[in-house]
Ligand binder design. Structure first.
Ligand code: FAD
Ligand code: A2P
Length: 274
């Protein structure tokens, strides 16, 4: 596990209000992944699935900000984030050391394409994510509108190893007993986690499991159909590009807030991965 260092001396003292928010909890899932929760500014309204800019004060006294999906749903009193730790990453090499009580900068201007308004009405929705691309779906899986709009919600999440799936597994597990949305979720949510580089009960890339029909067979579902199926995609650029091709082969077309269609896509990060 990564060594824990307080950042208060380099961070909190320099943050200029009103964009500073206090960290309430931090959980490290692996040496590459952690999640944390911060106080929610009273004025911040967002749609589940959107992202904001968050960060810390840089050594040069200027804010060092990066895009982050809000992993908590729009109704939550706090904001949750699910983060990578890039060893030499300008932000996450520091952010990974935050502790409860520290402050981060949060620019309260939520935006994004992974929102229900960007899709035409349908019967099933597919959430397709690799790595930290799960974050917007951690929000949308806890959003009542998801279950009000769709009969079935299929969450496909793929990582290289089993431990990288843990945040999503724990979250999905918690939904059943959630006093606020547990009943709405019922048995509508079908969770299909896979690994690609470690043995697991389900394996393989999302693209392959969709193209081969394996996921439909495993879950007992009919193949994707543009009349009934909607999808939201969040992963690396390469993943997004390849999965878009698969969705187009099923007849789905990319939509946007301004022109709702059958699927929407957002980058989980910029770059080729680490
Ligand atoms: P950077 O200089 O930003 O990145 C260095 C390199 O690390 C990148 O070139 C890339 O190869 C790799 N990298 C960066 N982020 C990731 C990642 N998430 N997974 C795998 N490799 C990565 N990151 C999150 O951890 N959680 C989020 O919810 C999240 N949401 C995002 C939403 C959008 C719309 C975008 C564009 C990016 C999002 N990111 C998210 C990525 C985030 O903005 C930063 O890139 C990340 O926090 C690393 O910052 P850094 O300054 O340490 O390194
Ligand atoms: P694989 O192990 O076969 O490369 P990464 O950690 O590199 O961001 O990848 C996260 C997950 O996404 C891995 O399981 C990886 O599978 C998968 N993946 C990476 N690129 C693609 C792609 N172009 N299409 C489908 N899945 C991909």
């Amino acid at each position: 596990m990564t060594e824990q260092k307080p950042v208060s001396d380099t961070n909190a003292a320099k943050v200029t209000l009103p964009d500073a928010q206090t960290v309430s909890t931090v959980k490290h899932w692996t040496d590459r992944l952690f999640s944390f929760r911060v106080a929610r500014p009273a004025s911040l309204r967002f749609r589940s699935g959107e992202f904001v800019m968050i960060g810390l004060m840089g050594d040069n006294g200027k804010p060092l900000l990066r895009a982050y999906s809000i992993a908590s749903p729009a109704w939550d009193e706090e904001l949750e984030f699910y983060s990578i730790k890039v060893p030499e990453g300008p932000l996450t090499s520091k952010l990974q050391h935050i502790q409860p009580g520290d402050q981060i900068i949060l620019r309260p201007k939520p935006v994004g394409t992974l929102v229900h308004d960007a899709l035409l009405p349908g019967k099933r929705i597919w959430f397709l994510a690799t790595g930290t691309g799960l974050a917007p779906f951690a929000s949308l899986m806890r959003e009542p509108e998801t279950y009000e709009k769709y009969d079935e919600v299929i969450m496909m999440h793929t990582c290289r190893t089993v431990d990288e799936l843990e945040y999503g597994r724990v979250l999905v597990e918690s939904l059943k007993d959630d006093p606020l949305i547990g009943e709405l979720v019922g048995d509508k949510l079908k969770y299909y986690p896979t690994t690609t580089r470690e043995d697991f009960h389900h394996m393989g890339r999302i693209t392959d499991n969709l193209s081969s029909g394996k996921v439909f067979a495993d879950l007992g579902l009919a193949p994707m159909d543009p009349a009934t199926d909607r999808a939201m995609v969040c992963g690396s650029l390469a993943f997004n590009k390849d999965v878009m091709e698969v969705l187009e082969n099923f007849g789905l077309r990319e939509g946007a807030n301004s022109e709702p269609r059958e699927y929407v896509v957002e980058k989980a990060f910029v770059g080729d991965g680490i």
